[in-house]
Ligand binder design. Structure first.
Ligand code: PLP
Length: 435
């Protein structure tokens, strides 16, 4: 693959003797990550003001910088301040602008942590943080608190303990590898890790969350995808936030992954000044779908420290969904979620389509604003369900697991237990009763 003029200039500025082939070598890209201001200026051929330099040094003291030469080459230097690539990769002094609502660990990932590197929040799946490093340090990182923190790099023993936890918890059918970026591990290490997880009978699927197709597409080598293919079913979620990130190199990386049968999803974060625009998001989801990537989640920006300048009102996300649902292919519409502070997990949010209802009719509106009705059946014989599936006429294969125990709202809806309410732990009225 040939390279652009900007990329050639970066190569020459790094070292006159570098060959073009180095550009396509992910180890070379990693070795030459831009971590200081001088390199940033030299490689892009720009000069920042003294004021900008001073603000920069304050910010990186708190939150370090790392940008791959590849991702750097996508920056449009003619309008840098408004450039979505620049905004996602270059430290802003606004990161130091802490708000009262900012939290150290808003998603309580450290609290819901039964083993090193494991967050076990949902009954049937776990998050397994297998690497603490990334090719590029996203300025909007939700785990910013640990970026560059050497203490939290998982060691061999932590990984073994994580695997052991999964092995001992038969309810875990889905393991989500994240980090950091799992693709910062070597092919050999990943091969070993995936093999260990595959050897656990109750692990049905393995998912990998990686931003390398966006910031380091060179990482997706033929050797890597051949290795991944051995461990199917493997699913991958990547993290494109702006259509400009879908370059020729990124497309090739995605094609390699899709060609070995890996289902691809994308998780975007809604970011002020980057993609908080219905037209940008529509262009992004169309480009993703054209490259066999299904838009999976659109995240409301978390309450982690240093992200306040990226946050939008929730209404912006709803406006974006309003402009997608019905207007474009159903599978191009991501689920918009707020990851609940305090560890409540992802909560989907969307526009309202159900306007009203009575005992036999519902009133709905569609994306065009047409108001319509759906007539409900005159009679419906609700079958009493006590989750005694052996006696039920519906054909559920019980080999697929015990369905008797329900939790949460599902429990309130079921006939199989006497729970009539779920009460928050610190409900004051109930606390008065207990006295
Ligand atoms: C997001 C997340 C998952 C996976 O959730 P899905 O909705 O299944 O994609 C699992 N564990 C944790 C802690 C998460 O944050």
């Amino acid at each position: 693959m040939s390279i652009s003029k900007a990329q050639k200039r970066i190569i020459n500025n790094i070292n006159e003797t570098v060959q073009v082939s180095h550009w396509h070598d992910w180890h070379w890209q990693m070795r030459n990550c831009v971590r200081d201001l001088n390199s940033f200026e030299n490689l892009l051929g720009i000069e920042l003001t003294d004021d900008q330099r001073q603000k920069f040094s304050h910010t990186v003291a708190e939150f370090p910088m790392s940008i791959t030469p590849y991702y750097l080459s996508l920056i449009n230097t003619d309008d840098m301040e408004n450039d979505p690539i620049f905004r996602q990769s270059f430290p802003s002094v606004q990161e130091l602008d802490m708000k009262d609502c900012d939290m150290e660990d808003p998603l309580h990932e450290d609290a819901d942590c039964p083993a090193p590197c494991i967050t076990h929040r949902y009954p049937d799946r776990v998050l397994f943080l297998v690497s603490n490093t990334c090719a590029m340090y996203c300025r909007h990182c939700t785990r910013k608190r640990t970026v560059g923190d050497r203490d939290s790099i998982p060691c061999e023993n932590d990984m073994l303990a994580g695997i052991e936890y999964i092995r001992n918890n038969k309810g875990v059918r889905d393991v989500l590898l994240s980090g950091g970026d799992p693709f910062m591990l070597s092919d050999e290490k990943l091969d070993w890790l995936l093999g260990e997880l595959r050897s656990i009978e109750h692990v049905e699927i393995i998912r990998i969350g990686t931003r390398t197709p966006v910031v380091l597409p060179q990482r997706i080598t033929p050797a890597l995808v051949q290795m991944l293919k051995k461990h199917h079913p493997v699913w991958i979620n990547t993290h494109f936030n702006h259509p400009r990130e879908i370059t020729t190199s990124a497309k090739q990386a995605l094609a390699r992954l899709a060609d070995v049968g890996i289902p691809l999803g994308n998780q975007s974060v809604l970011l002020s000044g980057v993609n908080d625009c219905p037209r940008i998001m529509r262009a992004l989801v169309h480009k993703l779908a054209a490259n066999r990537v299904r838009p999976y989640y659109l995240y409301q920006c978390d309450l982690s420290k240093g992200l306040s300048h990226f946050r939008t009102p929730v209404g912006k996300g709803i406006e974006i969904l309003e402009s997608l649902i019905g207007h474009t292919s159903g599978f191009c519409v991501p689920t918009y979620v707020i990851d609940a502070p305090g560890g409540g997990g992802k909560i989907p949010v969307m526009p309202n389509y159900l306007i009203s209802w009575s005992t036999n009719k519902v009133v709905l509106r569609n994306y065009e604003g047409v108001i319509t009705t759906y007539k409900e059946p005159d009679s419906y014989e609700p079958t009493f369900c006590d989750r005694n599936c052996d006696k039920c006429d519906l054909q559920l294969s019980l080999a697929d697991g015990d369905e008797r125990n329900s939790i949460g709202i599902e429990k309130l809806l079921s006939n199989s237990n006497d729970t009539i309410a779920l009460v928050p732990r610190d409900n004051e009225r109930h606390e008065r009763r207990d006295e």
